[in-house]
Design a protein around this ligand. Structure first.
Ligand code: GLU
Length: 325
């Protein structure tokens, strides 16, 4: 690795920062067992390192702005025995911060308007399997001011950030994921110029997450491996905005026996049903922890009893998705 590439390596190389972890649930429905698992891992990872936790509700999408749903998610976490030291912050309250970050990138000439429709984007390139994103081909990168004005009159554009060219080492991100080990991505080949703001004006997840993690002093991001593919982009964007990127620790997903990712359709695995059926949070917590070797099957432990048993070595030895029978 040359010097530029190394400078993008994440906080794993700088273990002196006190750990600040976070919960970042999207309130689009009742908490699901899969979310409960990533939240438990995030909490155990932070607490076992003597760290703090921040609660951030990711309700940027207008469909996810129901505060009652958010309160229910937080209640489910508390029921599981998971707590936090700061927040809740609501992304829907933080629009000005995100817009200021986008403006600063615009002022540096790093952004451009994009008029591609969703259909055009998906026709041009196959979506990545894991996180539903795609490699943007830079279709709108070279539009001149007149063409931008002409198209803007027809429909509002989205905003994208320009990632470095494929042969520019500044766009090669390398880091060690605490769960999945060494990762390396050339942004121009992995995602291309990515979205900062959608054409309907909603700030993109990638931008909001990076600004929030940066502003909240988050040093450790623990979440499902479906977002592993976003980590390089986020580390690079954090650096570009002047933040120290967090270290990342991705954890396996919970899947149905046919390999399908558990979804909201699997109602029997949401916390509403489980709380009623099982009554005792230890049964949920211990079952989840046993899948990554933190306790034996059949042991009954509270979340705080697992803190001293937590180790990334144990979690990282279980990279395969967890099949729920
Ligand atoms: N809000 C996202 C979710 O609920 C998590 C985002 C993140 O952890 O970066 O899946």
């Amino acid at each position: 690795m040359d010097a530029k590439t190394q400078s993008l390596a994440c906080a794993t190389d700088a273990p002196t920062r006190a750990v600040v972890g976070r919960f970042a649930p999207t309130p689009s429905g009742r908490m699901h067992l899969g979310n409960a698992f990533s939240c438990l891992m995030a909490w155990l990872a932070a607490r076992s390192a003597g760290g703090r936790m921040v609660m951030r509700v990711e309700d940027l999408d207008p469909r996810a702005q129901d505060r009652d749903v958010a309160r229910q998610l937080m209640d489910d976490l508390r029921w599981l025995g998971l707590d936090w030291d700061e927040g809740p912050y609501y992304q829907s309250d933080r629009g000005e911060l995100y817009e200021a970050a986008i403006r600063s990138l615009e002022d540096r000439g790093l952004t451009y308007p994009c008029f591609c429709t969703r259909a055009e984007l998906h026709a041009a390139t196959a979506p990545h399997a894991s996180d539903g994103t795609y490699l943007y081909q830079g279709t709108c990168r070279g539009l001149g001011p007149q063409e931008v004005a002409r198209r803007s009159a027809l429909r509002p554009p989205a905003t994208r950030i320009m990632v470095p060219e494929a042969d520019d080492p500044a766009g090669m991100v390398a880091f060690r994921d605490l769960g999945y080990g060494a990762q390396r991505e050339v942004l121009a080949q992995g995602c291309g110029d990515f979205l900062l703001r959608r054409s309907d004006g909603v700030v993109a997840y990638q931008l909001a997450v990076v600004v929030d993690d940066g502003e909240m002093g988050v040093t450790q991001v623990v979440r499902g491996r479906d977002l592993l593919g976003s980590a390089a982009r986020q580390a690079w964007l954090a650096r570009t905005l002047g933040y120290e990127p967090p270290e990342f620790g991705h954890v396996p997903l919970l899947v149905a026996p046919d390999g399908r990712r558990l979804s909201k359709r699997d109602r029997d695995l949401d916390l509403g049903v489980l709380r009623e059926q099982l009554g005792d949070a230890r049964r949920v917590v211990s079952m989840l922890a046993s899948h990554v070797g933190l306790c034996q099957q059949g042991e009954l432990l509270h979340a705080d009893q697992l803190v001293e048993r937590f180790s990334w070595d144990a979690v990282a030895a279980h990279r395969a998705d967890i099949v729920m029978g």
